[in-house]
Design a protein around this ligand. Structure first.
Ligand code: SF4
Length: 550
């Protein structure tokens, strides 16, 4: 077997049944979503060959694999369930990429706080993988190197079985660390990888999941809560992009996901949209054989300044037919003060005072292009007041009354280790501005309506028609109850969240206790006693394999 094995936990190493947005379910507390649903619908295991090697893999692992192959390293990428199959005495290094190993991403933090605390599925999956790695490591003595966008979560409490935490981009320095480990030399416990020039970034050699192909790296806007580097924004050369697109298509992928932090940044200079470069990108990808083209992120200001570009890419990608549901757009805040202080570049070339108008106009243009944006907000800066949140409520109310279609998710702002606000405290139910709950209810009422409208279109992309039917049915039943939950959270200013900590749908006693709690609460209207603190359960975790949660 190869000397280097690359993998990730199940919450990362999955294709989410064909719809990447279903990955957000892994941010829910594990108590609330039964394991069989995760296994079957939301984080299904990915296909592999007899050797254990993955047929398709997350793009980040494919990129590291390519960098190692170009340096002559013998490497294999495997889903986490195949680790036992491929690791043996030949294994010298196990590399893992981490995306939310402790469940501390903004979405996981929000959902675990709102639904009663406890580890998110992402954290459970990471812990399960950690236990397995720990046992295999004791047997075979290989070294473990962890990289990826969420290494900051591992720095907060380091797993014993990780030898090196590799921060930053992999291409320049990671191959040297891995070669040192293979040859038995000492490797550092913490590394900051240097950023490669575009010509130093190799193309992937084997297919990625969901047709993922990266088109830009970095973002020049420089928001203080974001870990993406402003200094080193790069666009990947079109010939490299097309090489990867063709590789994926030749391995059976029909759609292409253009990975970027803002699709309109492609080929840009100093935040000015390069219309020709963006249009040529879409046209070339379509001509290379992509049936559908999607992208995960776009910013509002260039949508407004470059409507023509948005409409043209929509035509090329045939969004009237395929629709582009839920690319993420940062709305962040309606407060001019908060925008000036924490994200001055966000609204460029517009002023923060114009932000509300920019958001409404961008939504109207995106809808015209058959794109439904998914706005995320960051709420809960230490100095954020109810007046600031009221400005956000006003902006969101204007957006909804404009008649355009969008989702809005107000998330607690997370002090990620690699950002300028890393010293801020983590958000907690009691420290969020009290008007947050009003904003949350207003947003969710709208989001549930929009979800009902577009969900059948989104699940149309799922690989299996049977699973599509099950997901549609489940979603319909779930949505019917969720609005009530958010109303109660607003009326109790979040206190209701403490009651949800008694729900546990992953053990028999948990289910019985949940049923008892449900009926008791219905009959008496009294909150149950002995509920653990959500602040404790949401943020704490164990680095010791074998333990999950508090
Ligand atoms: S615009 Fe988005 S990607 Fe760019 S720095 Fe701000 S939050 Fe990060």
């Amino acid at each position: 077997m190869p000397t280097v094995v690359l993998t990730a936990d199940r919450g990362t190493f999955t294709d989410y049944g064909g719809i990447s947005t279903l990955g957000y379910v892994a941010c829910m507390p594990a108590r609330i979503v039964p394991r069989p649903l995760m296994n079957l619908l939301f984080t299904p295991e990915m296909k592999s060959y007899r050797s254990g090697e993955a047929v398709y893999a997350p793009y980040a692992l494919r990129k590291v694999e390519a960098a190692l192959l170009e340096r002559g390293v013998d490497v294999i990428v495997v889903p986490p369930n195949n680790l036992d199959k491929v690791i043996d005495e030949n294994t010298k290094v196990l590399g893992i990429t981490v995306h939310d190993p402790r469940g501390l991403s903004p979405v996981s933090m929000k959902l675990t706080m709102l639904f009663g605390g406890g580890p998110a599925w992402n954290a459970v999956f990471f812990d399960e993988m950690g236990r397995r790695i720990w046992q295999l490591k004791k047997k075979y003595g290989f070294r473990v190197v962890a990289g990826g966008p969420a290494t900051w979560q591992l720095v907060l409490e380091r797993p014993e079985w990780v030898d090196t935490i590799f921060n930053g981009e992999a291409e320049v320095d990671l191959p040297n660390i891995i070669k040192d480990a293979i040859e038995g030399r000492q490797i550092p416990s913490d590394v900051k990888g240097r950023d490669p020039k575009v010509e130093e970034i190799p193309t992937i050699k084997k297919p990625s999941r969901l047709g993922e192909v990266q088109v830009t790296r970095g973002c020049p806007r420089g928001c203080q809560f974001c870990s993406i580097t402003p200094e080193t924004f790069r666009s990947i050369p079109l010939k490299d992009i097309l090489e990867e697109v063709k590789l994926n298509i030749s391995h059976g992928q029909k759609s292409v996901e253009l990975l970027t932090d803002d699709i309109l940044l492609y080929g840009s200079n100093r935040l000015r949209t390069n219309h020709d470069a963006v249009v040529e990108l879409f046209r070339s990808v379509k001509e290379a054989g992509a049936e559908q083209i999607y992208f995960p992120h776009i910013s509002a200001p260039p949508v407004v300044t470059d409507e023509k570009t948005v409409l043209e890419i929509s035509d090329i990608a045939e969004y009237k037919k395929y629709r582009a549901e839920a690319p993420v757009v940062g709305l962040e805040s309606g407060s001019k003060r908060i925008i000036y202080k924490y994200m001055r570049g966000k609204s460029f070339p517009f002023k923060p005072e114009e932000w509300g108008e920019v958001i409404v106009n961008a939504t109207s243009i995106l809808n015209k292009a058959s794109i439904t944006p998914c706005y995320t907000m960051t709420i809960g800066y230490p100095d954020e007041t109810d007046d600031d949140v009221q400005e956000s409520i006003d902006l969101v109310s204007n957006l909804f009354s404009s008649g355009n279609r969008s989702w809005v998710f107000p998330l607690p702002v997370i002090p990620m280790g690699s950002t300028k606000i890393s010293k801020n405290p983590f958000p907690a139910l009691k420290t969020l501005p009290s008007k947050y709950w009003e904003l949350l209810y207003l947003s969710w009422k709208n989001d549930l309506r929009v979800t009902r409208e577009v969900f059948p279109d989104m699940t149309g992309r799922m690989f299996s028609s049977t699973l599509r039917g099950i997901v549609n049915l489940l979603m319909d039943r779930t949505l019917a109850h969720v609005e009530e939950v958010f109303k109660e959270l607003m009326e109790t200013k979040g206190e209701k969240a403490y009651e949800y900590s008694l729900i546990d749908l992953n053990s028999i006693t948990g289910v019985l206790r949940s049923i008892y709690w449900f009926f008791r609460a219905q009959m008496s209207g009294v909150s149950p006693v002995g509920i653990p603190s959500i602040e404790q359960t949401a943020v704490k975790f164990s680095s010791t394999p074998g333990k999950i949660g508090k």
